[in-house]
Design a protein around this ligand. Structure first.
Ligand SMILES: [Fe+2]
Length: 280
């Protein structure tokens, strides 16, 4: 049987990828950001997951206003990095795990949780930046990755409660898979940020820190937070944080916090990063 052994949350800011790809990681602005992930890279290199399920949102790269799946799972054998306007990131092609992805799709859909099945998809910074932060700059990503895209770009995004329940359904799916795989699930995006309008540049560290605390200790309650509260407190793009609840729903109620990092600013956002292990 496969197991979800740990969860990771991380911001997926595109400028982080650009800094890394452009050789700017050691510059004074970026060095503190990457320093927050050094322990994380060592942790995941030691853990050696067999598969990563990566919850992220597409930023009008694979999808557009022509088609807006609320939840979409990538079942392809591979996913090329998307061209987001300045050429694809110089990172390895992401190899999928079609067998497990199809199993999750079947299990979750028959569990009354509809997913859009995607057999061809480019993946943008939402997926590749978290891989870079956790795995560095290898010639090939060290394990297969199953993309799980959530619509947080076009209203209405799913509620935090729905995302939390999806995480629980994904856990049931993984645990009914008949191979002894060690799975880590990533929830990405956030934290507080607003990219447009009179409040552009908004950062709310008090909200962010409380969110991190609740994510660890009181996730069921955190999942009840309404959209308007994310918008008001964390800015219009802070709604990306609902994706972290998919990750948290896939873990035990009780978890062990392995690592936490919070840093302002990275581009126009607050970077939040946490690693949680399922208690044995
Ligand atoms: Fe994003």
């Amino acid at each position: 049987m496969a197991h979800i052994v740990a969860g990771v949350t991380t911001s997926h800011v595109p400028a982080i990828g650009a800094a890394l790809d452009g050789g700017k990681a050691a510059e004074p602005y970026w060095a503190p950001v990457f320093a927050g992930y050094e322990a994380s890279k060592a942790w995941i290199a030691a853990l050696k997951p067999d598969v990563v399920i990566l919850v992220y949102n597409d930023h009008a790269s694979a999808f557009s206003l022509d088609m807006i799946p609320t939840f979409a799972i990538g079942c392809a054998a591979e996913f090329p990095p998307a061209d987001e306007g300045w050429g694809p990131r110089p990172v390895p092609v992401v190899k999928g795990h079609p067998k497990l992805a199809w199993h999750i799709a079947q299990s979750v859909i028959l569990d009354e949780f509809d997913l859009t099945i995607v057999n061809k998809m480019a993946v943008d910074h939402g997926l590749t930046v978290p891989l870079s932060l956790m795995f560095g700059q290898p010639d090939a990503w060290p394990c297969p990755v199953i993309p799980l895209a959530v619509n947080v770009v076009q209203y209405p995004p799913p509620t935090g409660a729905r995302c939390y329940k999806l995480g629980q359904a994904i856990r049931r799916a993984v645990e009914s898979y008949d191979e002894p795989l060690k799975v880590v699930i990533f929830g990405t995006g956030g934290m507080s940020h607003q990219l447009q309008g009179p409040r552009a540049g908004l950062i709310n560290s008090v909200f962010d820190r409380a969110f991190l605390d609740a994510l660890v200790a009181d996730p069921a309650n955190l999942a009840l937070k309404p959209h308007i509260e994310y918008l008001r407190e964390a800015g219009s793009e802070g709604i990306e944080l609902v994706m972290w609840l998919v990750m948290r729903g896939a873990l035990n109620a009780e978890v062990r916090e392995v690592h936490r990092f919070y840093h302002v600013p990275a581009s126009n956002t607050a970077v939040g990063h946490i690693i949680l292990e399922n208690a044995a």
